[in-house]
Design a protein around this ligand. Structure first.
Ligand code: GLP
Length: 248
């Protein structure tokens, strides 16, 4: 893991965008893995700005989102299909048909999840996977005790994650109970992973992911084994690291 500690949220977006561009530029068909949530919004905005400046071109890129709710109306503004359209596809002017989000409303969910992993493999894998981290250490929606070798599948959301995400809904009971998520094994297959984390509320998760043991209770800790994982965090998110000086 390469840990980069920067001053604030704005810097996180800028430095992470540098890393994404560095790993995607020159590729004829860049494949980007997309996270939802608040954390990567600065990164996506910075990528849009850098595209306007001519540093990168997403017109031929392919995208694969990490996850989607099950049991949400696909037309709901907080379905991840709509979130990805709003925060990534439109600002980066990507071709909508080239950006896939797991289909949480598929009639045959089992077939749909298997096909999702196959579709990623068919294009040669994800070149850069953008990641955030949940306060309980989840990546995608891989909650604690997910198998480290899991593939895209249907999962149950923990009460903590539902509470964390209730801010996007009118009330807690509107937050779906289930999801489809890329597995930890799927995420580990990405050629490069760029995680962005900001804020003190993520400091415990960051410390456990970076300095703790690789353990199923902390799903993101599997990234210690990723061959090319870059974690860009602000000072607040780094505040519980015991060895922050080693990373500066
Ligand atoms: C969400 C998403 C994750 C995201 C995480 C953190 O529920 N499924 O992909 O990384 O939780 O979200 P946020 O960045 O809003 O804190």
């Amino acid at each position: 893991m390469e840990i980069i500690i920067v001053a604030n949220e704005e810097e996180v977006g800028r430095v992470a965008a540098d890393k994404v561009i560095e790993h995607l530029s020159g590729l004829a068909t860049p494949v980007i893995g997309l996270a939802t949530g608040s954390s990567p919004l600065g990164l996506y905005a910075e990528l849009a700005r850098r595209q306007d400046e001519g540093d990168i071109d997403f017109s031929h890129a392919l995208g694969f989102a990490l996850d989607e709710y099950v049991g949400i109306d696909p037309a709901h503004p907080e379905s991840y299909r709509n979130v990805i359209n709003r925060t990534v596809v439109e600002p980066l002017r990507m071709a909508p048909e080239r950006v896939r989000v797991p289909d949480g409303a598929a009639e045959d969910l089992e077939a749909a999840v298997e096909e999702y992993d196959a579709a990623i493999e068919a294009v040669g894998g994800v070149d850069v996977q953008v990641l955030g981290i949940g306060s309980n250490g989840h990546i995608g929606f891989n909650e604690p005790f997910s198998s480290f070798s899991s593939r895209t599948r249907v999962e149950v959301l923990t009460p903590q994650t539902r509470e964390d995400n209730a801010r996007f809904f009118d009330s807690l009971d509107q937050v779906p109970t289930h999801c489809v998520t890329q597995g930890l094994g799927t995420i580990m297959d990405s050629h490069c992973a760029v995680m962005v984390v900001t804020g003190e509320h993520k400091a415990d998760a960051v410390a456990a992911m970076v300095e703790g043991p690789v353990a199923a209770v902390m799903p993101a800790s599997i990234l210690q084994f990723h061959p090319n994982c870059i974690v860009v965090i602000d000072e607040a998110a780094a505040s519980k690291l015991q060895h922050a000086d080693l990373f500066r």
